[in-house]
Design a protein around this ligand. Structure first.
Ligand SMILES: Nc1ncnc2c1ncn2[C@@H]1O[C@H](COP(=O)(O)OP(=O)(O)O)[C@@H](O)[C@H]1O
Ligand SMILES: [Mg+2]
Length: 146
């Protein structure tokens, strides 16, 4: 889909937030710096938790930010500084994938791995078309068919 504003990008994310019914779900955000990955995540978390003013900050320094409840947590990760699948193991990334969890990972494409079949994996690729125009593509990469 095409987005020409932050609000539209939030709407796209909210649409997926409503649609996701299989857990754990891993959503990989792909696209250049400043394209709107964090905005998409912000829209997703606000919609999922039905809290339109919730502060959703970039996890760049903390690596992982947790939202939601213990049973249905939403984790926002930034994998920018990770270089390998080994790094992913040692950060405890896979431990986040409990049955009710949603994990949103910016720079998920930094990691070359085959994503597990028992996890729903969706890739969101955002492309900058100039100005405020963005192209958002959604691809299912693995797991738990509907
Ligand atoms: N259509 C759009 N969708 C999302 N962000 C947009 C859009 N148009 C302009 N922007 C701006 O682009 C920037 C995106 O920043 P951010 O979400 O932090 O990017 P990333 O996480 O990909 O580095 C914000 O400053 C936002 O206001
Ligand atoms: Mg970001």
């Amino acid at each position: 889909m095409k987005s020409n504003s932050v609000a539209k990008t939030h709407q796209h994310a909210a649409g997926l937030a409503r649609k996701i019914k299989k857990f754990p779900a891993l959503i990989l955000l792909k696209g250049e710096l400043g394209v709107g990955k964090s905005e998409w995540v912000r829209g997703f978390i606000r919609a999922k938790l039905k809290k339109q003013n919730l502060v959703v900050t970039s996890p760049s320094y903390s690596l992982i930010q947790a939202y939601g409840s213990k049973k249905n947590p939403i984790y926002h990760c930034d994998l920018y500084r990770l270089r390998s699948v080994d790094d992913l193991e040692s950060t405890g990334f896979w431990d986040l994938m409990i049955p009710g969890a949603i994990v949103l990972a910016e720079w998920g494409d930094m990691i070359q791995t085959s994503w597990p079949k028992n996890i729903k994996v969706i890739e969101i690729h955002i492309k900058n078309l100039g100005g405020d125009q963005r192209e958002i593509t959604e691809t299912e990469l693995s797991g738990l068919s509907d």
